[in-house]
Design a protein around this ligand. Structure first.
Ligand SMILES: [Zn+2]
Length: 299
């Protein structure tokens, strides 16, 4: 009888110990959640402050300033349960503001050419991606059309605000369209950025026609459609030829060798390109041997 009582007491004491230990852990967990939430709130306030400074700095156009100012104000005022929405609205407003073409007027021609080729590549590669997304296909085609009609102008006449505006839209459209993912041009560019520290847009600009030549048979219809919207003829081959001509006209080197890439870099470039995920949505599967041939031809 006494022994049973002792056992019951021991078990009760053990349960008590376990409960107090669990309560301690829960307290510490709550403290950490509160600290994380406070850090996020502080970050939101900091972003709201910076956004308000930007909105009132007079470097933005009036409409963008109002949108940004209101989002920043709402973020500052948001009650706890509305803060996630306020954060997302502020992010959207910041994106809207930075799509201001006037901010790009001072970009030098070589950076305009390289970033413009990146935007064009986003539109082209996302259109060629086999992922099913007709809405993005429409956006990508229009984004490519706009770049085709404005990139050269933006490079030759840096103060042409209409051309700058077009390129900014083409860039945004490419960024929307590439929810379909990209292709092998970007895998090559990521490798060139890693191994040769090459500017991302320049790397895409140099590689695009070399990779499209590789894609010719696998994406004949889509490349022909790109040729049509870009005013580059009506066949897949004419689109690739147009890309080569565009590069020459805007000062993008035809080959990698012109930017210091050498044969001895190829093995490392191939290794990184193969490991990159972008080429998984290339219209034609790309093996290590294919990448070796593509880089070899582009050097
Ligand atoms: Zn890119």
């Amino acid at each position: 009888m006494t022994a049973t009582l002792i056992w019951i007491l021991v078990v009760l004491a053990a349960i008590g110990l376990y409960l107090s230990w669990t309560a301690g852990r829960l307290d510490r967990l709550h403290a950490r959640i509160d600290a994380a939430r406070a850090a996020l709130d502080a970050q939101l306030l900091r972003r709201a402050s910076v956004a308000q400074e930007l909105a009132t700095s007079q470097v933005l156009d009036p409409a963008a300033s109002i949108v940004l100012y209101e989002a920043a104000h709402a973020a500052r005022q948001a009650e706890e349960e509305q803060r996630e929405v306020a954060e997302s609205d502020l992010s959207q407003a910041l994106r809207a503001v930075f799509a201001d073409p006037e901010l790009t007027l001072d970009l030098p021609p070589n950076v305009t050419a390289a970033t413009g080729m990146d935007a064009l590549t986003h539109n082209v590669e996302s259109y060629l991606s086999p992922a099913y997304h007709p809405l993005c296909d429409g956006i990508a085609l229009e984004g490519a059309r706009i770049a085709a009609h404005s990139l050269e102008r933006a490079v030759r006449a840096p103060k042409d605000i209409a051309a700058r505006s077009d390129m900014m839209m083409s860039s945004m459209m490419g960024a929307i369209a590439f929810q379909k993912d990209l292709g092998a041009v970007h895998s090559c560019a990521h490798a060139l950025g890693t191994v040769n520290d090459m500017h991302h847009g320049l790397a895409n600009g140099i590689m695009i026609d070399h990779v499209m030549r590789f894609n010719l048979d696998a994406a004949e219809k889509k490349l022909a459609e790109l040729a049509r919207v870009c005013g580059a003829g009506s066949t897949a081959q004419s689109f690739v030829d147009w890309l080569t001509g565009l590069k020459a006209r805007i000062g993008i080197p035809a080959k990698l060798g012109e930017r210091g890439v050498k044969k001895e870099h190829i093995a490392k470039l191939v290794e990184i390109a193969v490991a990159d995920t972008c080429h998984q949505t290339n219209p034609r599967p790309v093996s290590a041997a294919d990448f070796e041939r593509i880089f070899g031809a582009a050097i």
